[in-house]
Design a protein around this ligand. Structure first.
Ligand SMILES: Nc1ncnc2c1ncn2[C@@H]1O[C@H](COP(=O)(O)OP(=O)(O)OP(=O)(O)O)[C@@H](O)[C@H]1O
Ligand SMILES: [Mg+2]
Length: 141
């Protein structure tokens, strides 16, 4: 299954199980990416939804996945109780710290923005190698 139907299924199941609204925005057609990139994106959405369900007390979650010319961009935000981002530390898990490590290994970056009472936002950017480069000049010799 491609990433986009997988995300659609994940968010639909999330709403069914938790009763929390989840609005998902994705590209209209399947995106070309490596399995590693797709897995990282999927696991971050999964972890963020699990966190929203377990910790946030939010009414809704908004998830946006975009394919830009130079990067894949992901944002998941909830409108819940928020938390102190300084206190998250759990390497080698699929908690937020582990998720960030895996994102770095896939060549991307992950940010968590939150304050108590202000919800939480997880933002990911995975550059597309070669996205900016001009076409190769194969005949120039
Ligand atoms: N969306 C959220 N809303 C409120 N608090 C959150 C949210 N996401 C994370 N947190 C807080 O940050 C902590 C760290 O989250 P993290 O996902 O790294 O670990 P965890 O969910 O506690 O455990 P696990 O390793 O199973 O993911 C949580 O324990 C919780 O206190
Ligand atoms: Mg977690």
């Amino acid at each position: 299954m491609g990433l986009i139907p997988a995300l659609e299924r994940l968010t639909a199941n999330f709403t069914r199980h938790t009763g929390m609204r989840c609005n998902l925005q994705v590209p209209q057609s399947e995106v070309e990416m490596t399995d590693e990139q797709a897995v990282v994106i999927f696991r971050i959405v999964q972890e963020s939804l699990t966190n929203a369900a377990r910790h946030s007390n939010a009414k809704r979650v908004d998830a946006v996945f975009r394919c830009e010319p130079e990067a894949f961009a992901l944002e998941i935000k909830d409108n819940g109780i928020g938390f102190d981002v300084q206190n998250m530390r759990k390497p080698n898990t699929f908690g937020l710290v582990g998720t960030r490590e895996r994102t770095l290994r896939a060549g991307g970056e992950m940010d968590v923005v939150s304050k108590r009472g202000r919800g939480a936002l997880v933002r990911v950017r995975i550059p597309i190698p070669g996205g900016m480069q001009p076409p190769e000049d194969v005949d120039s010799a």
